[in-house]
Design a protein around this ligand. Structure first.
Ligand code: SF4
Ligand code: SF4
Length: 393
């Protein structure tokens, strides 16, 4: 295993264990014995960072139970996330935090994240409610080791949040398909330039880059002389970047644990050749070949006066055609419903300001209308309404 470091110079394994995808039985309960074997194998191979969240069903309890069984709590770092959107006050936040400690069978969280902190308005709101004092108190008591946030918005917003507080670390969705969307490479480099460790989630877009839908991309991987699997290419592309601290992988088989640990032990920053990087670029083009909108995610059309996140909307719309309708709709939900400042596409006021700035000369308004028809389903509207009600605090 290779290690990079946090702000204090303490080691974090470059491969982290994403605990959202533990195997479940037919009743939806985590298969604890199997999960224990997988976690045990990962720890033996040097993985020391485990990422979970309050809202991952059964995940915190399972991780707590497995670490308790293995009697190995002190050898690992637990990262979990606070669902601030379920809290209306610091008192509720406190209640959720202690519930998490109980689930995890521990007296501390090593890395604690504000979950899906996608806009600065939400953070400012929490500041006025006293969240900074709450964090300081928890850190002084040793109940929180490091404080960070996870993010699914656009790079401009990401920079604002990074700059707004002395964060110990952050977590972003990043992979070779999302290089210019969400926080993107720009966001990664911005955080790293401030010495903030960056944890990567969705390195394989929920496993979809491990088995690309594009037949051309699959053929390209098969024919590449490196002999790496598509998953390994995705992970190595990330570890090649020195700004990346740790890459989370939702492992749920021993084979996956072993393959990822082997790749992690062989990887280092700047290890890919120019030829490798060109290969990934070609794969990306093959995967994006079935896109609907030729948006490059440059962000020149932003900000939109109506609060629409144009590049992330087009990315979600494209994902519907390059991966699956469900994946695109989930992306759109994350980027709009869970952000205080980002509005749905249907709220476009038709001002046309974005189109004059687009270097790709995309008919943005026309394309957004098409995207809206596909993305804003009845299910989306129901979930968004529910989230909006929760935001009324
Ligand atoms: S036309 Fe719509 S999407 Fe474009 S800037 Fe105006 S409100 Fe925003
Ligand atoms: S300016 Fe055009 S290409 Fe750039 S993000 Fe906006 S829509 Fe996409």
């Amino acid at each position: 295993m290779q290690y990079r470091t946090n702000k204090q110079g303490e080691p974090i394994s470059i491969l982290g264990y994403g605990c959202m995808r533990f195997s479940k039985d037919k009743l939806g309960k985590t298969e604890l014995d199997k999960t224990e074997r997988e976690i045990s194998a990962a720890i033996e191979n040097g993985v020391n960072y485990f990422d979970t969240a309050y809202i991952y069903p059964g995940s915190e309890e399972a991780l707590g139970e497995v670490l308790h069984r293995l009697q190995i709590r002190d050898k690992v770092q637990i990262a979990t996330k606070l669902p601030h959107y379920l809290s209306k006050s610091i008192a509720t936040m406190d209640k959720l935090f202690y519930e998490q400690l109980k689930r995890l069978k521990t007296d501390r969280v090593d890395y604690y994240l504000m979950h899906m902190l996608n806009d600065i308005g939400t953070w400012e709101k929490w500041r006025t409610l006293g969240v900074e004092d709450w964090i300081s108190d928890k850190m002084a008591k040793g109940e929180i080791g490091h404080i960070g946030f996870s993010f699914h918005g656009h790079s401009d917003m990401f920079k604002k949040i990074v700059d707004s507080y002395d964060w110990d670390f952050c977590q972003i969705q990043y992979n070779y398909i999302d290089e210019v969307s969400q926080a993107g490479r720009i966001g990664l480099q911005h955080a790293a330039s401030k010495g903030i460790p960056v944890i990567i989630m969705e390195p394989l877009r929920g496993g979809r880059l491990a088995d690309p839908a594009s037949p051309l991309a699959r053929k390209m991987f098969e024919q590449n002389p490196r002999g790496w699997s598509p998953a390994e290419w995705g992970l190595r592309w990330l570890w090649d970047q020195p700004e990346v601290t740790c890459v989370l992988s939702g492992m749920n088989s021993i084979e996956m644990v072993e393959e990822n640990c082997r790749a992690a032990s062989e990887s280092s920053a700047n290890m890919l050749t120019d030829e490798d990087r060109l290969f990934i670029q070609a794969v990306k083009e093959a995967i994006n070949g079935t896109s609907k909108v030729s948006c490059t995610g440059c962000g020149y059309c932003m900000p939109c006066p109506a609060g629409i996140d144009i590049p992330n909307t087009f990315r979600a719309y494209n994902v519907m055609f390059t991966e699956s309708k469900r994946a695109g709709r989930m992306d759109y939900l994350r980027c709009t419903a869970f952000s205080r400042s980002t509005k749905s596409v249907s709220q476009c006021i038709d001002c046309g300001r974005c189109e004059s700035r687009c270097p790709q000369q995309i008919k943005i308004r026309e394309e957004l209308k098409k995207a809206s028809r596909e993305l804003e389903t009845i299910g989306y509207k129901v979930i968004k309404k529910g989230v909006d009600i929760l935001k009324l605090w």
